[in-house]
Design a protein around this ligand. Structure first.
Ligand code: ADP
Ligand code: ADP
Length: 232
């Protein structure tokens, strides 16, 4: 489960202050998919960077299963970050590595041995429907397949939270549906809490249990999907 409390990020542009996030709070229990929807400029990218600690929030907390990520430094921060698997808009794969090596990369980084890596990679490629693609290179795969690889890679370190940043914005409608089905399929895995950040309402309607509407750095609506959609 991920709990975000009063997350605030202030940027300074000369003498002007930009409150890109202003007191954002939310909770996503395990097994649940929470959507965060907002227009351009709402603060979505800032939220992704603050949740993954790529950027330090000005104030507030990000807790995963009760552990405060924002309090962690150095080695503890690197460990804490592994609790969140991040899936980008474009899978951002290494073109010169095979699919298997791309999926195993997060494990290589933390020194997991080759045999353990290979077993985990095979399991994850099976999960995302790419059991036979391990020795292919990213350029040989379609956009949808590359996104599946991105999901497998995000799961490699057994994170507690899976964070999708505009996961389908670069995909055609049919491929979008396939990726959304896959997100619903992986949600039940090992108590994952899933956060989907998007500007696409149809994505939220299709897969999310609950949703927050982000506007001007603030959450202006939040609740069960049907309640929020009926208020919009
Ligand atoms: P979104 O991803 O929803 O389009 P962003 O998080 O990129 O929104 O931006 C939210 C607000 O914060 C915008 O007003 C944006 O201009 C501002 N902003 C984002 N990053 C920075 C930055 N590094 N410096 C100054 N302002 C920023
Ligand atoms: P996207 O919406 O695709 O995430 P943005 O155009 O919002 O991309 O932001 C791209 C980068 O520029 C981000 O790192 C963001 O922090 C930064 N940025 C956005 N708005 C501003 C701004 N007003 N001033 C400085 N940096 C900004």
């Amino acid at each position: 489960m991920i709990t975000v409390t009063d997350l605030t990020k202030v940027y300074h542009q000369g003498r002007r202050e930009v409150r890109a996030l202003d007191g954002v709070s939310l909770t996503v229990p395990e097994g649940s998919i929470h959507g965060i929807i907002g227009h351009s400029g709402a603060g979505k990218s800032t939220l992704v960077r603050c949740l993954t600690l790529l950027d330090r929030p000005t104030s507030g907390r990000v807790e995963i299963n009760g552990v405060d990520l924002t309090a962690a430094r150095d080695a503890a921060l690197r460990t804490a970050r592994r609790r969140i698997g991040l899936v980008f808009q474009q899978a951002n794969l290494f073109d010169s590595r095979t699919i298997a090596d791309n999926v195993g990369y997060p494990l290589e980084l933390i020194g997991v041995d080759k045999a353990t890596r290979a077993a985990k990679v095979a399991e994850l490629l099976g999960l995302v429907g790419l059991a036979d693609a391990g020795q292919a290179y990213p350029a040989q795969l379609s956009g949808g397949m590359r996104q599946r690889v991105g999901i497998a890679r995000a799961l490699a370190t057994d994170p507690d939270v899976l964070l999708f940043d505009e996961p389908t914005s670069a995909l055609d409608p049919k491929t979008t549906d396939e990726i959304l089905d896959l997100i619903m399929q992986v949600r039940g895995r090992g108590g994952l809490a899933v956060l989907v950040i998007t500007h696409e309402m149809h994505v939220v309607k299709r897969i999310c249990d609950s949703v927050s509407l982000l506007d001007g750095g603030r959450i202006v609506e939040s609740g069960a999907l049907t309640d929020v959609v009926s208020r919009l």
